[in-house]
Ligand binder design. Structure first.
Ligand SMILES: Cc1cc2nc3c(=O)[nH]c(=O)nc-3n(C[C@H](O)[C@H](O)[C@H](O)COP(=O)(O)O)c2cc1C
Length: 459
């Protein structure tokens, strides 16, 4: 850690879930929501608000296609401004936020299934330098044929294979970030010695998926490696996340399933020889805060009214990778085999059973995507967050906004002071880099590249 205090283990960490686009079919229609998705100042404003609220990081989700999984059509995604309707490339967006913030971590989603390790490692090393050590990478393996079709293939890679590729991708990225020793950039004009050739090393990686000579043409990032985020939900995905991640995102329909996931991931991390406290688990919480419980519930109803069922169903079809257009709308979602995101399936099955929802109602709910536990007054939202945190379900939260920037402003103005008063959230940043604020050590060169093998390195 650099010139910093350790964050308290009794305090939660907060990430903000943002899309570089409208993201929610009800949110962009909500009164007061601002349509600034194409301007840097819009994201910079959200970044400033989150930094005032002492958030650890701002995270941008991403998709590499306009989803077409509902009846083979993009219509409902585009027409209703749903999750995948419009997405700016998140990595340049991070750089624009870096210029107006000092402490906020900056995370972008990049897929290991379609890109190559060299440009990705380079891009995150660049953001880490430009932000003085605040970059984070949400490593996704993608799950849609529609994404494959933008990269010269009809079918997405199978789950097992895509995680194998992701393992090798991360191994190569770590080698590239290590390819400049920490003191390789000398910049002494009197010698002259700009970079010491003896301290910059080709990596000569030859593997199943990638052949990369290296070195990187960017010096070692201030954090060593950017913070690694992952959200694997399948057994293979959970293992991958437990091996590689500093931070894990997840979404749960109940405290019980969040607890089960938390225990499982910490056990897996321990089995891979890691300290469980080095993996921060941050489930989604999408609060709606009102002056009274009834006012918050009313805002929830108004938002739900703005979500056409097909908008939510087209996103659910995309997440599950199932064409839901063939199923009856006025009956519950039947049991199905899910090739897509199993975590989201578990969540909607739990919701459907608990509330007796038809598919049409589920579409509305899914398009709105709030978690019922976090709707109410600031004190009630803080109660739920504190309960999840103290009862072993999480190390903090990934906070979503039902409309932007207003819902983040409400949260920072009302819920953050409540959490601070209770002593479960920081009043100020502890350190300089994102790793400092998360309480994570800066990785020493060479110490991560074997994580792929989970402690059983082939020799
Ligand atoms: C909070 C959260 C955010 C996610 N963001 C993205 C994203 O931006 N892009 C993406 O392709 N997948 C995203 N995912 C999906 C995961 O990366 C992963 O594919 C999914 O959880 C399925 O895991 P599995 O492949 O192990 O089944 C997200 C998941 C969660 C829970």
């Amino acid at each position: 850690m650099t010139d910093s205090q350790n964050p308290s283990p009794n305090q939660m960490h907060l990430a903000a879930f943002v899309t570089a686009g409208p993201g929610r079919p009800g949110g962009w229609r909500y009164p007061g929501s601002e349509p600034g998705w194409l301007s840097a100042s819009y994201y910079q404003h959200i970044g400033r608000v989150l930094e005032q609220g002492k958030f650890d990081l701002m995270f941008f989700a991403d998709i590499l296609s306009v989803p077409d999984r509902l009846g083979g059509s993009m219509d409902s995604q585009l027409r209703y401004g749903a999750l995948g309707s419009l997405r700016l490339d998140p990595t340049p967006v991070l750089s624009s936020i870096a210029t107006v913030t000092e402490h906020l971590g900056l995370a972008a989603t990049v897929s290991t299934s379609y890109l190559e390790p060299f440009p990705v490692a380079r891009s995150f090393a660049t953001v880490d330098h430009l932000s003085d050590g605040r970059a984070a990478w949400n490593v996704v393996t993608s799950f849609q044929d529609s994404e494959a079709r933008n990269f010269g293939s009809d079918r997405h890679i199978d789950r097992d294979k895509r995680y194998d590729r992701a393992d090798e991708f991360l191994e190569v990225a770590c080698k590239l970030w290590d390819s400049w020793e920490d003191d390789a950039l000398v910049m002494d004009p009197s010698v002259p010695l700009f970079a010491d050739p003896d301290r910059v090393h080709p990596i000569d990686h030859k593997g199943e998926w990638f052949d990369v000579r290296g070195p990187l043409n960017v010096s070692r990032p201030p954090q060593g490696y950017p913070v690694i985020i992952q959200a694997g939900a399948s057994p293979k995905g959970r293992d991958f996340a437990a091996r590689w991640s500093d931070v894990i995102f997840c979404s749960h329909a109940s405290l019980d399933s969040a607890r089960e996931f938390y225990r499982d991931i910490k056990d897996r991390a321990t089995r891979h020889g890691r300290r469980p406290e080095d993996v921060k688990i941050l489930p989604m919480a999408t609060p709606i805060v009102g002056p009274t419980t009834e006012a918050a519930r009313e805002a929830e109803r108004r938002l739900a009214d703005l979500v056409p069922p097909l908008a939510g169903l087209s996103t659910l079809a995309y997440h599950l990778d199932i064409d839901l257009s063939t199923l009856p709308l006025d009956e519950p979602l039947p049991d199905v085999d899910v090739p897509g995101v199993q975590g989201h399936y578990k969540e909607v099955v739990e919701m459907t059973r608990r509330e007796g929802l038809t598919l049409r109602e589920l579409g509305k709910r899914y398009g709105g995507r709030t978690e019922g536990a976090f709707i109410g007054t600031a004190a009630e939202v803080a109660d739920s967050m504190e309960q999840w945190f103290t009862e072993g379900a999480c190390d903090g939260f990934t906070v979503g906004a039902v409309h932007t920037p207003g819902a983040f402003e409400d949260f920072v103005r009302q819920v953050v002071p409540e959490l601070q008063r209770r002593g479960v959230f920081r009043r100020d940043y502890e350190g300089r880099t994102l790793r400092d604020n998360l309480g994570l050590d800066r990785p020493r060169a060479g110490t991560w590249r074997d994580r792929r093998y989970g402690g059983n390195v082939p020799r």
